[in-house]
Design a protein around this ligand. Sequence first.
Ligand SMILES: *Cc1c(COP(=O)(O)O)cnc(C)c1O
Length: 458
Amino acid sequence: MKLPYAEPYKIKMVEPLTQSTAEQRQDWIAKANFNLFNLESHKVFVDLLTDSGTGAMSDRQWSALMSADESYAGSRSFHDLKNAVNKITGFPFLLPTHQGRAAENVLFSALVKEHDVVPGNSHFDTTKGHIEFRKASAIDCTIEQAFKTELEHPFKGNIDLEKLEEVYKTHPKDQIPFCLITVTCNTSGGQPVSMENIKAVRELSKRYGIPVFFDGARFAENAYFIKQREANEKDKSIKTICLEMFSYGDGMTMSSKKDGLVNIGGFVALRDEQLFKKASTFTIIYEGFITYGGMSGRDMAALAVGLDEATELNYLESRISQVQLLGERLIEMGIPVQKPIGGHAVFVDALKFLPNVSREEFPAQTLGVELYKEAGIRGVEIGAILADRDPQTRENRFPQTEFLRLAIPRRTYTDNHMEYVAIALKNIFDRREEITKGYEITEEAPIMRHFTVKMKPA
Ligand SMILES: *Cc1c(COP(=O)(O)O)cnc(C)c1O
């Protein structure tokens, strides 16, 4: 028999989780105004709110933390991090930042101006925010197949070259500071971009004289999918694939809270010295001196090790397999999910799951609250609440899809936890016909309302 995969680590330290009763959870979620963000974490048993900064560090990372160098300038830990980034990405210049959006702030301050356009594959929300804040616009050039949840496609994060060329043809060159490739594409569910597509984007952009940058938050997971799904990449190591991916770009922004395998941090990595000098000024204004940029020496030291571990095949195999395991279990149970399963999360299709809850009563939020009450599991709504109201009409916006996202933290939960989540969802699925009422909003902020919204049963 073929041996199954098993985690390439054993557990040295454990953190107890609090068990609770259905009555307690009913009470807690009501007091939290049916908003999962309002729950204190000890009232949650399995927390799948996000995979950002929620992973577990290794003993090697904890050791690096202890022996790090906290010097303000020229810290050894900075040099270790710079070498690690250079080894994995090939980019020679590094500016640390306190997290991913800070890296965007630094890089875009140097590159993006009013009326610019930044084409790419479904920009992440903070990325879009940093573009729009500068009165520029993000243009989504993701392939059409990405928007069909039932359609299987190996690289749903790919950029549509015709859409991209259209942007290049219809805008003057000095209005397009760069094309941004997000790997994997978070907004479309952690869907990967193929090496072939990255290369083609590079070639097309070169013809028009446009630089290419990466949003690399989940670059290692993207490299794993390239190895799995692209025929002529399957014999290459993950580190070789990463180097090749980044060879097609001029630089990157990184949220280290994802594939950096640390709890906080980020960076900008660049190929060009002139741009590095320009961006350095913004690092100093916004983040700190260029050899720490918002990170402590110990955080940089742990990140240097984390980047190395995140690009090891056996780690990625167990990481991605765990996410696939949960997705496949749900599919087996007949539960509607977005396909194919992405790299860091499973998206449950709430419109199909709860057909008796009207869109005005927020089916994905309803399912999220139900899952919490059922088993103390916390997911997040990716639907109408997140979409906010239309700024002009102030009407609710109803996006095409309503998902409950279950994001899996790295190296944190076991496969038993995944089975626990699957069974909890199945229990709700079995009684879905009885769920006919959702929630209505009693209080909300004018924008980004999902964090603080208050609700009551409809
Ligand atoms: C998380 C994320 C960011 C922002 O990073 P933070 O560390 O949360 O500031 C940017 N892009 C992508 C694709 C992300 O997933």
